[in-house]
Design a protein. Structure first.
Ligand code: CA
Length: 383
């Protein structure tokens, strides 16, 4: 057998063979180190690139956000139409913007939603308590809980779940420490109901700042109601001019879709058994709201006809148009507005592999021509 290695000192020896193996092993080790080095340097370059892209995506999102703010201060109807056309034009795909793309662009008016902070000053057994339970119940019944391994099809929350959720939320927000007793009959949940909970947290017992706080309230996450449903139906803010209305929330006659108008009106129907518990004035308003629920589709047809252009209403023209359908013109403001004041804005800025999601609530004060006169950004987040 030929020697594996022939050194200048002569024939290969077993000792030299060992040395060769060691050199080989060492070079393999070195190669591994080199590979590791090259790999980690590559990672570093990638991290730098990502850092740069994150910075660019944040700038992109900030500019898009500022553009939306300018748009929201303009004529609302035109702006919402333009946004609908823009997002619709890309059929759900990301919209090219600057050096990147915008996706998940949504502007949701919050004015029609149920302001949960109203529960702060509601006393169990009062007429206000009855109407809030009624609206809460009707609102939850429009929710579909998706199927899972135990449930074969999507269903709305059952009556017990609705009642217990309402009672838990009432106690979570009301300032006292007394278990809820009132409409719906659900069992309340003050601090002692959370005593075994880990991690422990103090019950707010006050108006909430962020809707996500209700995730801690008993039953909210356990109910399997998708979080999106909570976000799309409840808020913590309310227009100043609608705060004294019987129900939280007013819907915009000029921007809401047919379906949104119809669902909104139907959720305001009160059962006769609830009605008898109201005082005289509340009953009159409630009877009018029940009439809106009865004629929900006719009203939706009037304001958002299937075919043809929508009329843009001011307050007087809206009252006259609804008067034509048999509604009391002085109670139109219990139900409708002609422009929105609160919005939730979401967008994702994408550059390369990096995505930054922006969200904020925006408060726009508008004049009689529906043009913004002041804008306030609340709860701005980018992550
Ligand atoms: Ca409480």
């Amino acid at each position: 057998m030929a020697p594996l290695f022939k050194g200048r000192w002569g024939k290969a020896t077993p000792r030299k063979g060992m040395a060769l193996l060691m050199v080989l092993a060492l070079s393999l080790l070195l190669m591994a180190f080199m590979a590791e080095y090259v790999f980690s340097t590559g990672l570093e370059l990638r991290a730098m690139q990502t850092y740069k892209e994150t910075h660019q995506a944040r700038n992109l999102g900030d500019s898009a956000f500022r553009a939306l703010q300018i748009g929201l201060m303009a004529d609302e109807v035109e702006f919402m139409k333009g946004m609908g056309a823009l997002v619709g034009g890309f059929e759900g795909a990301a919209v090219p913007f600057g050096d990147g793309f915008l996706s998940g662009l949504t502007i949701t008016p919050l004015d029609p939603l149920f302001n949960l902070n109203r529960l702060y000053s509601t006393r169990g057994g009062s007429p206000a308590n009855s109407v809030q339970w009624n609206l809460f119940y009707n609102t939850l019944k429009q929710v579909q809980i998706p199927p899972d391994e135990l449930h074969s099809e999507a269903v709305p929350p059952d009556d017990t779940t609705a009642a217990w959720l309402f009672a838990a939320l009432a106690d979570f927000i009301d300032p006292d420490d007394l278990d809820y007793q009132g409409a719906g009959g659900g069992m309340g949940a003050e601090a002692q109901a959370y005593s075994g909970q880990q991690p422990q947290f103090p019950l707010p017992n006050g108006r909430l700042d962020k809707l996500t706080e209700i995730r801690l309230a008993r039953g909210v996450m356990e109910s399997r109601i998708p979080w999106k449903e909570w976000e799309n139906r409840f808020t913590l803010m309310e227009r100043a001019d609608a705060a004294a209305n019987l129900y939280p929330g007013v819907i915009c006659a000029n921007t809401a879709s047919r379906e949104e108008i119809s669902d909104f009106l139907k959720a305001r129907r009160m059962s006769d058994s609830m009605l008898v518990r109201l005082d005289g004035i509340s009953q009159d308003i409630q009877k009018e709201l029940n009439l809106y629920a009865d004629k929900a589709d006719a009203v939706a047809d009037l304001l958002a006809p299937k075919d043809g252009e929508r009329t843009v209403y001011n307050d007087a023209a809206l009252a006259a148009a609804l008067g034509g359908l048999g509604f009391k013109t002085n109670l139109v403001k219990q139900v409708f507005s002609t422009a929105n004041n609160f919005y939730r804005v979401r967008l994702t800025a994408e550059i390369g592999e990096v995505k930054v999601t922006f969200s904020a609530d925006i408060h726009v004060t508008r004049n009689a021509e529906r043009i913004g006169t002041a804008l306030e950004v609340l709860d701005y987040n980018a992550e």
